[in-house]
Design a binder for this molecule. Structure first.
Ligand SMILES: [Zn+2]
Length: 346
């Protein structure tokens, strides 16, 4: 399906260039102003869309990377002032998933360094991770998963001078917790790994900089590539905890991480509903497949209720609840995982 007026307008935008099969065009990016070094545009728009599918855009300049649904606001930014053209897009956008946030704004993460220098005092944490998840966590692997063994190293490396809590509490976290940088890098999620929870809490979460806001998402996400121009549905994988989501990601291959367009998240104390609704809104997702890597104690009825609450807010093409029949969750080595999957019938 092509929007005639919108497509005709796009041909007038600076640096217009159609791709080979006319499914996408690139133009000059209205957000970053695009490259000054070349006359090549980086702002890609999907113009040949299926019924109900939004016109996605994405800027492929590395320091811009805006993406989302082409709205009348963006069309206006591109220079379109013709009311009939704006109305054509507005009418079309009313036919796409109405619950998708159409004024989708990409949330930019901060950029923190994860550096792990393996020393005698964090060696035991490293051994805990290696043994628990059954792989060897090298400094590169730790960085990939945004895992920081030592709180104080993180604060030092990133020139964070104020302590998040009292000196005593920070000492305990530095000694007994493994830290995970949150999805937008605005929170540090510290997971106490001692049996007696010597820090006093299973999870301690604090804001890495700036003031915390009540609606901030303190999710942990394994960094993966999400391609909004990909016509295949996005797969949302969620577990309760950080170890569980990493174990599922590492060891449950085939369902998960070799597939494109997978997102891997840990609630870290939030609700599944909130987590799923957040990423759907944040990325402007329409068609989704949901995988929940469940704790064993949570019965299937809870997920049936979850399905009933969220299915009108997105197009769920499949919802699968995975249990590890050998342990209470997926935060283990491959040999300690046996998957039992239950599909929720919508
Ligand atoms: Zn741009």
């Amino acid at each position: 399906m092509k929007l005639q007026r919108v497509n005709a307008f796009l041909k007038t935008v600076p640096r217009y260039h159609p791709n080979g099969d006319d499914t996408q065009v690139t133009v000059k990016c209205p957000f970053c102003g695009d490259s000054t070094k070349s006359d090549h545009g980086h702002f890609s728009i999907k113009v040949d869309v299926n019924a109900g599918e939004p016109m996605w855009y994405k800027c492929f300049r590395a320091d811009c990377e805006v993406k989302g649904v082409l709205t009348t606001r963006v069309l206006d930014m591109l220079g379109c002032k013709d009311p009939d053209t704006l109305i054509e897009l507005d009418n079309y956008n009313k036919t796409i998933n109405v619950n998708t946030d159409r004024d989708f704004v990409e949330k930019r993460g901060r950029s923190y360094q994860i550096v792990n220098v393996i020393r005698s005092d964090n060696q035991s944490k490293l051994e805990y991770l290696n043994q628990r998840l059954g792989i060897k966590f090298t400094p590169d692997v730790l960085r990939h998963f945004k895992i920081q063994l030592s709180l104080y190293s993180f604060l030092d490396i990133n020139y964070i001078h104020s302590l998040p809590f009292s000196q005593h509490r920070c000492d305990l976290l530095d000694e007994y917790a493994i830290c995970f940088l949150s999805m937008y890098e605005d929170y540090m999620i510290c997971r106490d790994i001692t049996k007696k929870l010597l820090t006093g809490y299973r999870y301690t979460i604090y804001r890495t900089a700036g003031k915390p806001r009540p609606n901030d998402m303190k999710l942990y996400a394994i960094p993966t590539e999400l391609d909004l121009l990909d016509p295949n549905p996005a797969e949302i994988n969620v577990a309760e905890g950080t170890f569980s989501v990493i174990g599922a990601y590492l060891h449950c291959d085939g369902i998960g991480h070799s597939a494109r367009n997978n997102i891997w998240l840990a609630n870290c104390g939030s609700e599944y509903e909130k987590t799923i609704l957040h990423v759907v809104k944040q990325y402007g997702l329409v068609d989704v497949i949901i995988h929940i890597w469940s704790d064993s104690e949570i019965g299937i009825e809870k997920y049936e209720k979850l399905y009933n609450r969220i299915h009108k807010r997105m197009n769920i093409l499949g919802m699968y609840i995975h249990y590890n029949t050998k342990k209470e969750d997926f935060g283990y080595a491959a040999e300690d995982i046996k998957i039992r999957t239950v599909q929720i019938d919508g």
